[in-house]
Write a protein that binds this ligand. Sequence first.
Ligand code: HEC
Length: 176
Amino acid sequence: MAALQAGVWGVGSLLLLSAAAMAADEPAQEASESAPPSLPEPANGVAYPQGWQDWALVSVSHRTDNATMRVILGNDTAIEAIRAGQTNPWPEGSVLGKVVWKAVSLADWSSAQAPGTFVHAEFMFKGEGQADTGWRWARWVGEAQTPYQLSETECVACHSPVKGRDWVFTTPAPLP
Ligand code: HEC
């Protein structure tokens, strides 16, 4: 009887043990299932700004010469600087993003322009050691977000008309 009991307990303990093992396995499995997809490679040695899709609006723009529409976004530091009216110079840690789409007409209202093909996302990072402008510049192309190889002077040259505005064209859009 004692031997039988021991046998029963033995099986029970085994079941408990394997249930515990399964339970212990579960969180690890969940964690790997919900792990974020890997980020695009750095561009120009600049790390991809994770989570920019959730940043707040700074402004929008529409370029009529190449039929693209853009949103300009800011990270938390940039948005706080806008609210405090301290954007010349922008504080260290500010990141401004510009996200560009081809403009297309809405199928049901052709005079309304809306985002079509994704073109690129590009960013200015304040205070990462670019002594001449105070910004690092980087762009990722297409939905695949392929790092764009550039000489930073390419960005800087075009932004030089607004050197006196800390190299930034955009005036934050008025919001109520
Ligand atoms: C052909 C000229 C030109 C080049 C080259 C250029 N930019 Fe710009 N950029 C602009 C203009 C004009 C604006 C503002 C209007 C708009 O929304 O496009 C702007 C806006 C931006 C903004 C939003 C903040 C701001 O200044 O208004 C970011 C971020 C930006 N550019 C990053 C870059 C990066 C990074 C590069 C290099 C990969 C780059 N730009 C190259 C002309 C240029």
